[in-house]
Design a protein around this ligand. Sequence first.
Ligand code: SF4
Length: 445
Amino acid sequence: MGLRAAAEPRGPHDRADHPLPRGGAGAVFGSKNLKVFGVVGLNDVKVANPKGFEEAIERTYTAFREDLSHPWSLLGGFGRIGTGSGVALINDKHVFATRYHKYTSFQHANEIDGEAFMRKYETRPIGCQSCLVHCGMVRKPLETKWGTIWTRGPEYETMYSIGSLCFNDNSDMLYYANDQAEKYGMDTLSLGVNVAFAMECVDRGILSKDALGEGYTLEFGNPDATVRLIDMIAAREGIGDLLAEGVKRASEKLNQGSQDFALQVKGMEFAAWMPERMRGVATTFATANRGACHKRAPIGMELMEFVPMDSTEGRAELVAQIQNVVNATFTLVSCRFAEFVLKPAQFVDLLNNASGMSFTAEQFELMGEAIWNMERMYNLAAGIDASQDSLPEICFKVPLDFPEGYKPLTHSDFNILIKDYYEYRGWDASGTPTPERLEKLGLKG
Ligand code: SF4
């Protein structure tokens, strides 16, 4: 594993804690001057019950084969087209954040979605080892006006962050920008939000449209400006130096009301979902221990409207349960998408046969809850308290094309969501886990 350019400290004015690699692992590497490390296994991996483990694997494959055989399978779509396969649906449902949350759908989405990439570029699916889904898409090398590229992706979240959020409908540019981020080692999600934030600052008169230098206009929908700004962020050149800090710090430095529209929670930039539209997403973005992350949100439930997306009813329970289960599955170093197919009992089947332990599904979920609470206690000790279980003001503005028949997010709804969430978690009104709950989770003392 190696550190890419963007996370390296360079020069006296550089901060080692470059926040753009989402979650900050690269920033930690950079701060320690750690450039590269490798891990080599010299022995076979032994499992407690080899025969039982083999059978558990077969049961897992069977579950995946069954899911993938259906035309409606989400993972099947990922395997054919990539994670961008759902853009049309997401756009139709008005949850595709566009032009910095001004709109809920993008009229040019079909120029940058998974189908568009399949149509325009020669593509081959690739997968992680042993996975039946193979959701990665490798495209043929491509000549663009900015240079030749050959890369994997872009993923769904990039189609949002550097695509719709920046009002970009140029797929060549999206493909090229994805390659820039790969080379620099920057996460495209946080990167795109930073680029869009700069464009929004120009719209609001906080930054100059000439901030990119001669020949460029910093504005929404400008592919040249996007490519140029990404280079500047990686090199910490001009306003790139400010944006390399992430939108939280950039907005604190710019001030002028920009914190109200900085798309971040606890320093992490928004993933591709709209709290304005989805109450579960609002709850997850606000309460996630690492900020506005979508990894533990009830997105499918709300997107498919198995639960009304604009209702506060039952949302605390739904969010907390997903947070717990995903936390537990992540301890197995499992792909997030596995949880779309496997129930906790099936993860436990693998875990018990591999380890010789005897978890029940309930204990497994309780372990996820214990991890969540430990992270919460860590955050509280680090000064990240309930005041940061919040959303920027922009989430309480109504997008121009907000669909009829739905309720936009209000402060009063949001207060209910947080209050319900604390109660369901067994936390007090200040968002602190109660001694009773910690004891139940085996965390007291
Ligand atoms: S393990 Fe996950 S990310 Fe990798 S190919 Fe399979 S579904 Fe995609």
